[in-house]
Design a protein around this ligand. Structure first.
Ligand SMILES: [Zn+2]
Length: 248
């Protein structure tokens, strides 16, 4: 690490659990982030600020005025631009030394598998079940840790599927079938900071996985009710009959 890095990351390296060794692990890491909306915005920004060396960011959408209330990586002047390009500008301004690979497309199955294989940790910040199912399946196959988050209205949920472990549940153990008619925040609304809270928790979990510290949310689903500001924890178990990770 050079002098500038020592200074930039000094407050984080002061932590006994991180130290220079943990920071070096972050600098050497590659993280795949799917989705640059309400969750992906704070997630990507914190990972860039914290010094994760290589962020691969994927989204196929363009910035819309109605996004800006919560998707804080994008600016008013970015309306109409590809979200990956807008996000890249913000992340590089925040930390020029982070390498950003921007994938401005809907990833085909083989492309997704390729990106997942190369990542140390994968973060699901997408907003639809098709994307979540595809990403989960790719992570199960590649045995990569998946940090999953979701937010709607004034509620959020976040967990880690540590698919390096044989007994780990996967996203499909939790959500067996596509609920079909999906009602996202376009229909149901979302309070601006709620995806921010969940995305920030995802960033914490990604950093812990990369540095190999603490206890992650593996095996626990953390649920936020922002209206009463209460958090609940639900235990997650592998479903032996799961169509993706099951054994029967
Ligand atoms: Zn499963």
């Amino acid at each position: 690490m050079n002098d500038e890095q020592l200074q930039r990351y000094s407050r984080q390296m002061l932590l006994a659990q991180v130290g220079p060794e943990g920071q070096q692990k972050l600098l050497d890491a590659r993280v795949l982030i799917i989705g640059l909306g309400g969750l992906g915005s704070p997630l990507a920004m914190y990972l860039a600020a914290a010094g994760v060396g290589h962020l691969v960011i994927a989204d196929y959408d363009q910035v819309d005025l109605s996004n800006l209330q919560r998707q804080i990586i994008h600016r008013t002047r970015d309306i109409g631009r590809n979200k990956t390009e807008s996000a890249r500008d913000t992340l590089q301004a925040l930390n020029p030394e982070v390498k950003i690979t921007a994938l401005n497309k809907r990833l085909a199955e083989d492309e997704l598998a390729h990106e997942v294989r190369q990542a140390d940790v994968v973060a699901d910040a997408s907003d639809n079940f098709a994307a979540r199912f595809a990403l989960n399946a790719a992570c199960v196959r590649a045995k990569k840790p998946l940090v999953s988050g979701a937010a709607i209205r004034m509620e959020g949920q976040v967990t880690v599927f540590d698919l390096r472990r044989a007994g780990s549940a996967c996203y499909r153990c939790l959500y067996r079938d596509d609920p079909g008619a999906e009602e996202g925040c376009a229909a149901l609304g979302v309070l601006a900071p709620v995806p921010g809270v969940i995305g920030a928790v995802q960033a914490v979990e990604v950093i812990k996985l990369l540095a190999g510290i603490g206890e992650t949310l593996a095996g626990r689903l953390l649920l936020l009710d922002a209206l009463s500001m209460e958090w609940r924890t639900v235990k997650l178990h592998k479903d032996p009959a799961c169509p993706v990770c099951g054994t029967c």
